[in-house]
Design a protein around this ligand. Structure first.
Ligand SMILES: [Zn+2]
Length: 199
């Protein structure tokens, strides 16, 4: 016999699908929301809806944005001659938090992964290379993850950029191999950025 009200079960299941949220946390979050005023749950529901409905990809760098170009691409204070290439939109906030980078970005939306059949054509690689054509970019920082797929991606991009004579750097080796940029601590990331090496 089912003893739990269906809306409760549904929300527990939905929370349970989120990364890092197990069944117990999912249940705790659900009952917490039940105990809160209606407006609070409504505000959360609206924030979740707006996340998908009011955001899109920047037409220049492919970061998540609610205006196009995104705030980073629009910022005249930033150094547009430097582009830092990352795999995921979620890699940008940690790099921004270091406060050590004042250039712009390009989000590939994944690494090259032969095992999963993902080649450069499935990524925003072509769009990236076309950003380099007008000669205004002087340095590309390859900040793909320090793992096999990230290295493969960096090697591919390096091969494509080399003929253009643009300086290519890679985040320093302080980052543990196999790690995810997204979860690197601020100090390590900050150091990796400052000590970036020719690649
Ligand atoms: Zn942008």
């Amino acid at each position: 016999m089912v003893t739990t009200a269906e809306p409760v079960t549904k929300l527990v299941e939905a929370f349970n699908k989120l990364p890092g949220i197990g069944p117990k946390s999912a249940q705790r979050l659900t009952y917490y929301l039940l105990s809160r005023p209606g407006e609070e749950a409504k505000a959360l529901a609206e924030a979740i809806l707006a996340l998908k409905e009011k955001t899109r990809l920047c037409s220049v760098c492919f970061y998540i944005t609610d205006c196009d170009p995104c705030r980073i691409c629009q910022d005249r204070e930033r150094d547009h001659s430097k582009i830092c290439v990352v795999e995921r939109p979620s890699d940008i906030p940690p790099l921004e938090r270091t406060g050590k980078y004042n250039g712009v970005y390009h989000v590939l939306h994944g690494p090259i992964s032969p095992a999963q059949g993902i080649g450069p054509g499935e990524l925003k690689a072509k769009e990236f290379l076309s950003r380099l054509q007008d000669g205004s970019v002087t340095e590309v920082i390859l900040a793909t993850n320090p793992n096999l797929e990230g290295e493969t991606t960096a090697m591919y991009l390096r091969r494509m950029i080399l003929p253009l004579g643009i300086r290519i750097t890679r985040l320093a080796r302080g980052l543990p191999f196999g790690a995810d940029l997204e979860y690197a601590d601020d100090m390590t990331l900050s150091q990796a950025l400052e000590d970036r090496q020719e690649f």
